[in-house]
Design a binder for this molecule. Structure first.
Ligand SMILES: [Zn+2]
Length: 237
């Protein structure tokens, strides 16, 4: 988005940054993130230029349903392959997931259906991108999965639903960006309910810790109201 606005490309940005590092005689490590990439061509281009991180934007594969759109939700769930639905129902319904970080999660049949209708295509997209582009690089590139550009916040159960399947499929995730409750607009403070943010942030942290990746908070700069909570609960991550 910003590259389109400023008329620059991946190569120029990286070349400018590398030149600045050289000019200032900076000797420590640095990296470059292909941020919020959605298209396979862009991912390939960023990796070819030597970017060390890919933030995969799954938003185009995440569905949105209003509370009246039950028929549409049902139809989307039914449109998944039968084999996949059977597998999901077996994997999630009627089970209690006791996370070693102290969170208990359960899926009702309705919760499974809703999460699968909203997220399953995004999950399958992330698995495909990982296997095709990231896995062959054998750990040399960090992989962030972002599900934050959606119409509604990611509840902790949905975060777990996405992560559980990615990890099961062998995807190595370095960080995950859910959409937190409240508003994270660029350049201004947090807008929203701080108590609710804290309660949900703690649950998201427990899920991230359980799987062993970091939580990523997009558009976090200038969100002074939530920094104390994040500083305390993220335990340095
Ligand atoms: Zn984002």
């Amino acid at each position: 988005r910003e590259l389109n606005l400023t008329g620059r490309d991946y190569g120029q940005v990286l070349a400018d940054a590398v030149w600045a590092v050289f000019q200032e005689d900076y000797r420590l490590g640095f990296g470059a993130d292909g941020d919020h990439l959605k298209a396979l061509d862009d991912i390939k281009m960023a990796l070819d230029y030597g970017y060390t991180m890919i933030t995969l934007d799954c938003s185009e594969h995440i569905k949105n349903f209003s509370s009246e759109q039950n028929a549409e939700l049902e139809e989307t769930y039914r449109s998944l392959a039968e084999e996949e639905r059977v597998k999901l129902e077996k994997q999630f319904i009627g089970k209690t997931f006791n996370l070693k970080t102290g969170l208990r999660l359960t899926f009702t049949p309705e919760a499974l259906k809703r999460n699968a209708a909203i997220y399953q295509q995004a999950i399958n997209f992330a698995i495909m991108v990982f296997n095709q582009f990231i896995k062959p690089l054998q750990g040399k590139v960090d992989f962030e999965v972002s599900i934050d550009e959606t119409a509604t916040p990611t509840d902790p159960l949905s975060h777990f639903f996405v992560a559980e399947q990615l990890i099961e499929a062998g995807v190595k995730i370095n960080s995950m960006a859910p959409r937190f409750c409240g508003e994270f607009q660029k350049g201004i403070n947090y807008i929203g309910d701080l108590k609710q943010f804290e309660a949900e942030y703690v649950e998201h942290t427990k899920i991230a810790e359980h799987f062993g990746y970091k939580l990523s908070i997009h558009s976090g700069s200038d969100k002074f109201a939530v920094f104390p909570v994040i500083g305390r609960e993220s335990k340095g991550h």
